[in-house]
Design a protein around this ligand. Structure first.
Ligand code: PEP
Ligand code: MG
Length: 889
């Protein structure tokens, strides 16, 4: 029989797959002897079984009954008992935390009878009724899918009838009336009574948590965070403790270090007489932990001691949810806390200094994508700025965009190419779509643990929250700025997530400290010291080399400063654009070989100068130069446009003869499927002079470098090879040029000739191709296109959103390698190539060379290097090292 239900005492923190993150950590805390209200966890197995069958597994009800009886025994109370009710909470908890995405129901077990029992036992009728109205609202919205607005409107009405805006001013009579109103809302909106049977409340809440796995917002969140669709969530059923038991009670959230900056020292918010989400919902202003100490020294001291214990135990920054019930501290949750990229690096350094972790573990604590965020620009300190307000620095970054007030507008404006800042009083899970697309998020209420802050940090999105000088009216779409002025939809603002500042207009941005450090500047910032420490260790640990994709001397030089160990892909076609396009045109329209040669002769010195610059920037390091790849018509005028031009000119009395000739060639070269047409090595075979000219330019540039005392290491790469014979045909010519240049210049050039592997056939026949190739470089862009039959220029916009919806893939295979399919070809091609030539150098130069998950895959396949854009080189260095350690990407 499958076990679906586990007591907290039965699990531990490493069982997140089965118990979810929350359940596993509740179990861990229980076993550490911390004050955790007792309870049990319904496993993710149960959720998956439910989602697959559309109904709970048959054993579940019985197993819940058994655990519930045990819990009732421990607590000496029965669920929903009229005189002395046991009350429980039902909370979701997936393997990966999905803040605000899934459901919670508190105070289960209250009904028209037991609410009196609770009132009598507690001696506090107001408290009992407050708990009941909360249950009705949460159950109504979560389980019965009633728009929560109905409940909040009724609550607001009750408050205004009292002439107040504070929940706490409502007395028992108000709450009694509210309970009746809420029950009526349920009747009206759901067409049923609120279930009085406590077990029914429990079972329906558990089912609601299962179902919440598949809400739109949960799916969207998973797609963004690349969380697999099929994990399911666990459900935690836990004895209630009450933070709404009066002013000596309350609930809070805390971090063992500041999650925004990484500074040492505890950090958190506490709200007296509050339950559940109150503390993060921004309904009342929270107090800091320092003020909590003044309110309740005993609970504060207990909390600090527990936080220290948890940090030592987890050896990481933890976040915590706690409740104080009449002066007694209870722990409701802990987990390794989310943090900003800067905080991640700083905390890793501090913890290493403190002896909590070692260098390898430090590497596992930071990610390439965090490093990438630290490389984003920030606001220029010297620019003139108009400060509108200062809020909390909830999630760093410098964001500029137009003010929008709601998610649909944010999405629509971003779709038409605008940058937006989503401005709200506070956010809730239904704002997720807008938060995803916005450059930044600005709220006027809520602290660093508010929904906006937590979600923005998790997504790496810039966020300023609690900017109280802004009065946000979402309905009227206007922000009144204290001290004068207002902002309307479409006005441009700039928000600084590192300082919490909000500026009018677009503030210019300047490079980040981390980029300045990579550029070789001396930057005195703690985060830079941390990055330096991590990168130094990463470079000592990684096996794979990191090269850059660069086509200009400037890019090559920058890549080298960023730590690139050569060029993995120089796309020479970029050198045929601009002024030189005309020379390509001459080549194509040439009437005879003399005309062709003249065109090629004109291109030669230009190409030579390009290569000389790149070889100089990468002196002493390998530079892979790929011969021209795309179809020639890409360098010619558009077929339709030219046809129209010629037709119009003819109608007006005569077209330019050059245009007429050109049109002829454009027509001749026009292809239905140019990506599958005359490109790459095929072009090299069709117009042999082209590759030969390029090879000559490379070799002559190398000879020049040698004469100037340099050490050029060119590698000539042939694109789109499918057969060893293709390679042989062009290689023969290249080698002949090499002989000739070396003889003529009296130098010996260390040059290699190799090939891209970017067609499935090449991967299958890599053993044969390796006989003629001195190196391989996987072109995973084309390999993905050819493997899936996806046109790389069209499909992402055309239909990928449907593919995500159906879970066909979680991420575009053009962005992160399809490891099973395309990756299988990379693995096979590598093995076959090395079966022929054991020391064959194999790299990758598709976009995947800079993608963390793909880099980890390439490590397992044993590639010699990855190559990516210069800006991603540091990310690749870090991830290549993390891959050696076996850390998740
Ligand atoms: C590739 O196909 O992966 C590649 C690097 O070449 P390109 O993107 O230029 O086709
Ligand atoms: Mg390619």
């Amino acid at each position: 029989m499958t076990v679906y239900v586990y007591d907290f005492a039965q699990g531990n923190k490493d069982q997140k797959d089965l118990l979810g993150g929350k359940g596993a950590n509740l179990a861990e805390m229980t076993n550490l002897g911390l004050p955790v209200p007792p309870g049990f966890t319904i496993s993710t197995d149960a959720c998956r079984a439910y989602l697959a069958a559309g109904t709970e597994p048959s054993e579940l009800a019985e197993q819940v009954s058994a655990r519930l009886s045990a819990l009732e025994e421990t607590m000496g109370r029965r669920l929903g008992d009229a005189a002395d009710p046991l009350l429980v909470s039902v909370r979701s908890g997936a393997k990966f935390s999905m803040p605000g995405m899934m459901e919670t129901v508190l105070n289960i077990g209250l009904n028209d009878e037991s609410v009196h029992g609770l009132a009598r036992l507690s001696g506090d009728e107001r408290f009992a009724l407050d708990s009941y109205r909360r249950l009705l609202a949460m159950f109504g919205s979560t389980v019965l899918h009633i728009d929560s607005e109905h409940f909040s409107r009724a609550l607001d009405a009750a408050k205004s009838a009292r002439g107040t805006t504070a929940d706490l001013d409502l007395d028992a009579d108000d709450l009694r009336a509210l309970v009746e109103t809420f029950k009526q809302i349920i009747r009206d909106q759901a067409g049923r009574e609120f279930p009085q049977d406590a077990r029914e409340q429990l079972d329906l809440s558990v089912r609601a948590v299962f179902n919440s796995w598949n809400t739109d917002r949960a799916r969207l969140y998973r797609r963004r965070e690349r969380i697999p669709e099929d994990l399911g969530t666990a459900v935690n059923v836990q004895t209630m403790v009450f933070g709404n038991f009066g002013m000596d009670s309350g609930s809070g959230v805390a971090f063992t270090r500041d999650p925004a900056s990484g500074n040492q020292g505890v950090y958190g918010d506490y709200l007296q007489n509050a339950q559940g989400e109150d503390v993060v919902a921004g309904i009342r202003n929270t107090v800091s932990l320092a003020d909590f100490e003044k309110l309740d020294k005993t609970s504060y001291d207990d909390l600090i001691a527990i936080m220290a214990q948890l940090e030592r135990h987890y050896r990481d920054m933890c976040d915590i949810e706690f409740t104080v019930e009449r002066g007694k501290l209870w722990m409701l949750q802990t987990r390794v806390g989310k943090r900003t990229p800067g905080a991640a690096f700083r905390i890793s350094r501090h913890m290493r200094d403190e002896g909590l972790i070692e260098a390898d573990e430090q590497l596992s604590r930071v990610t390439g994508s965090q490093l990438a965020s630290l490389m984003f620009p920030r606001f220029d300190a010297s620019a003139d700025k108009v400060l509108l307000a200062t809020g909390m620095n909830a999630s760093p970054g410098a964001a500029v965009g137009k003010v929008v007030f709601d998610s649909p507008t944010a999405v629509a404006w971003v779709e038409r190419g605008e940058d937006v800042i989503l401005v709200r009083k506070e956010t809730n899970p239904s704002d997720l779509a807008g938060m995803v697309v916005a450059q930044g998020i600005l709220t006027s209420r809520g602290g660093k643990t508010s929904h906006a802050a937590v979600v923005a940090r998790g997504m790496g999105r810039t966020c300023v929250c609690g900017a109280e000088a802004l009065d946000v009216d979402v309905e009227a779409k206007v922000v009144k700025v204290r001290g004068g002025g207002e902002l309307r939809e479409g006005d441009v603002i700039s928000i600084d997530g590192a300082t919490g500042e909000v500026f009018a207009g677009a503030v210019p941005v300047s490079p980040s400290d981390v980029v300045r450090y990579f550029e070789g500047e001396d930057v005195d910032a703690d985060v830079v010291l941390a990055v330096d420490e991590v990168m130094t260790h990463a470079d000592s640990r990684r096996r794979m080399k990191v090269r850059a994709n660069a086509d200009t001397a400037e890019d090559a030089a920058r890549a080298r400063r960023f730590g690139a160990e050569g060029i993995g892909l120089c796309r020479t076609e970029h050198m045929f654009l601009g002024d030189r396009r005309e020379l390509v045109e001459h080549l194509i329209v040439a009437e005879d070989s003399a005309g062709q040669e003249a065109a090629l002769d004109a291109l030669l010195p230009l190409q030579r100068a390009d290569f000389a610059g790149i070889l100089e920037a990468m002196d002493g390091l390998p530079v892979t130069i790929r011969l021209i790849d795309p179809p020639l018509h890409e360098f010619l005028p558009d077929y339709t446009e030219l046809s129209v031009k010629v037709a119009l000119a003819e109608a007006a009395g005569g077209a330019d003869p050059h245009d007429v000739r050109l049109l002829d060639h454009v027509r001749r070269l026009h292809e239905q499927n140019p990506m599958l047409g005359l490109r790459g090595v095929r072009l090299g075979i069709q117009i042999p002079g082209l590759f030969v000219m390029q090879a000559r330019a490379i070799l002559e540039a190398a000879a020049d470098r040698i004469e100037a005392g340099g050490t050029p290491l060119p590698e000539i790469m042939v694109p789109l090879v499918a057969s060893v014979r293709e390679l042989d045909v062009v290689k023969r010519d290249i080698l002949a040029v090499a002989e000739e240049v070396q003889a003529a210049r009296g130098v010996e050039i260390d040059v290699k000739v190799g090939t891209m592997i970017e067609l499935p056939r090449a991967a299958f026949l890599a053993d044969r191709i390796a006989a003629s190739a001195e190196f391989f470089s996987f072109g995973t862009n084309d390999l993905t296109q050819m493997a899936w039959g996806f046109s790389r220029d069209d499909v992402e916009a055309a239909f990928f959103s449907k593919y995500f919806e159906h879970g066909i893939f979680d991420v575009s295979p053009f962005e992160s390698l399809d490891q099973r399919g395309v990756g299988g070809m990379v693995e096979m091609g590598t093995q076959k190539g090395r079966a022929t030539k054991p020391d064959l150098k194999v790299g990758v130069c598709g976009e995947h060379g800079g993608d963390p998950a793909s880099i980890h895959f390439f490590e397992t396949v044993g590639l010699d290097y990855v190559s990516c854009s210069p800006f991603r080189v540091p990310v690749a260095r870090l991830e290549a090292a993390r891959a050696v350690l076996g850390t998740d990407a």
